[in-house]
Design a protein around this ligand. Structure first.
Ligand code: GRF
Length: 195
């Protein structure tokens, strides 16, 4: 009898959840890796529907519960995930969680960190800033999460070129497409012991 132990991935997301959708699809019939839980800070987030469609349990919490209570931390300690994946999660993960799960939390950012990271750099703002600065290249960064915003070690980056004709919207679409292409593969590599 084979008793392969699954590796558990839990997701944190606040938004529309296109990355969550792709990750759930990718690991749906995976031999080793299972997406077991979604943590979400908005009862209206579209990501909830996506997780429900895959039968994934979720925990809702608000900002105060994340920062001032141990609700999320205790839940995570019980779940014992092998990897915590922030897939479009807008709140900062508090230190009490990052220190308990050091090197076990990753995030995806739609720019080439350390450029275009930090406060205010989310969503369309990032792509606006990239175009304003006349950058020739942009892309995605998948990185470890520590208590400093967007400053954990990089795990993977993929570059694309910025075209003369790009608007923040067209750029955002092309960047999101490469997120979808590489995020799940990178999660798989990390959990398989690769980089
Ligand atoms: C992505 O661009 C991701 O890089 C950023 O938030 C966005 C989430 O999009 N952290 P979605 O909710 O997965 O569609």
């Amino acid at each position: 009898m084979s008793h392969k132990k699954h590796k558990k991935v839990v997701l944190f997301a606040s938004g529309s959840g296109s990355n969550v959708q792709k990750i759930c699809e990718y690991f749906q019939n995976h031999q080793i890796i299972k997406v077991t839980h979604l943590y979400c800070n908005s009862s209206k987030a579209r990501v909830l529907e996506k997780a429900k469609a895959f039968g994934i349990d979720y925990t809702l919490f608000n900002k105060a519960e994340l920062l001032d209570s141990d609700k999320v931390l205790e839940n995570l300690l019980k779940t014992r995930p092998d990897l915590i994946v922030l897939a479009g999660f807008l709140l900062k993960i508090p230190k009490k969680i990052t220190e308990k799960f050091s090197n076990k939390i990753i995030n995806i950012h739609p720019a080439l960190l350390p450029k275009f990271g930090g406060r205010g750099m989310f969503g369309i703002n990032i792509h606006k800033a990239v175009i304003d600065k006349k950058e020739k290249r942009t892309g995605i960064s998948i990185h470890y999460v520590n208590e400093k915003y967007d400053q954990g070690a990089n795990i993977f980056q993929k570059e694309i070129s910025v075209k003369e004709s790009d608007t923040p919207q067209t750029l955002s679409k092309r960047v999101l497409k490469i997120e979808h292409e590489y995020f799940s593969k990178t999660i798989e590599k990390i959990l398989n012991g690769g980089k």
